[in-house]
Design a protein around this ligand. Structure first.
Ligand SMILES: [Zn+2]
Length: 110
């Protein structure tokens, strides 16, 4: 893959990575546990809301891992190769998702 394309994908990955880190932080923060006296029902609502937040944070972390894997491949010179067939992943696939692990054929064959 040529260096210009590679550095563009790398930039996209790094930008998304920073956004994800910030987002994970915002979702892991407990939702406003006020000091006012609250009824039990309201507290349960808040606990549910918080566990939803954690689930979202977990999804974001999974995505973050994929991005780290892709960045690792850039550093090891293996970026853009399909994990299944070893062929080059099409630019269209990488533009859509720079963390893609599979080429168009293998990604749709599943
Ligand atoms: Zn493939």
């Amino acid at each position: 893959m040529d260096q210009i394309k590679l550095s563009a994908y790398k930039q996209n990955l790094e930008r998304e990575r920073l956004l994800l880190i910030a987002e994970v932080k915002s979702h892991e923060k407990p939702v406003d546990y006020g000091t006012d006296t609250e009824d039990r029902e309201e507290e349960v609502d808040k606990e549910v809301a918080f566990s939803n937040e954690l689930a979202i944070a977990q999804d974001l972390k999974n995505r973050l891992e994929e991005i780290d894997v892709a960045l690792g491949k850039i550093y090891s010179g293996k970026y853009g190769l399909c994990e299944k067939c070893g062929g080059a992943i099409e630019d269209g696939v990488l533009v859509n998702d720079p963390a893609s692990r599979l080429c168009k054929h293998c990604g749709t064959a599943a």
